[in-house]
Design a protein around this ligand. Sequence first.
Ligand code: NAG
Ligand code: NAG
Length: 208
Amino acid sequence: MQRIRSVLIAFGLFAFACSSASAYDPSPLQDFCVAIKDFKNGACSYRRFLLFRPKQAENTSNPDGSNVTMINVDQILGLNTLGISLVRIDYAPYGVNPPHTHPRGSEILLVVEGTLYVGFVMANPNNCLFTKILNPGDVFVFPFGLIHFQFNIGKTAAVAFAGLSSQNAGVITIANAVFGSNPPINPDVVAKAFQLNKNVVKYLQSRY
Ligand SMILES: *[C@@H]1O[C@H](CO)[C@@H](O)[C@H](O)[C@H]1NC(C)=O
Ligand SMILES: *[C@@H]1O[C@H](CO)[C@@H](O)[C@H](O)[C@H]1NC(C)=O
């Protein structure tokens, strides 16, 4: 009975310590607070802080010619509340990581192999475009929430890693959100908003 009670108290304290972790990524509130689904595992295991997979090249045989491997709190439970995560991006020759935004994080990208043309666009009203060609070892920053992209302009495969200022930065790919929503946005809305013929909109909606 005593044992059950102390387990319940410990569990309650744990839940309380983690309860503020659901909404946003502020500074960490403690050294770490592993995700609750990991609680049953051994207390001192390094496993919740380790992932081997990002060393491996991912399959880029898809229409974009790129593959983004998320390394966030879903893969490394120990990231919970820490406000950081990582992605690995593989690019086929002339592959693109299409325009997208991260609703919960800034990004700092390091090119490991290949040559990337990268850019981001500032918010309204000026919508300034910032672009740069990056080679291995070069680093570029995509500020919080802004639409950005990377394009492999080399004849060989490219690889980049990027750090994000959230344990789960999220991603909104612009074309998928606009043309591939479920259910589709009314084509009249998209046609008017993008100044496109409605048949073009319907075609684009069929592609996503
Ligand atoms: C990325 O690569 C993995 C394995 O290499 C594959 O399972 C996955 O479908 C690929 N994703 C895309 C979008 O092609
Ligand atoms: C990559 O994905 C494509 C399309 O899904 C598939 O045909 C091909 O076999 C995959 N390549 C490898 C190395 O897994």
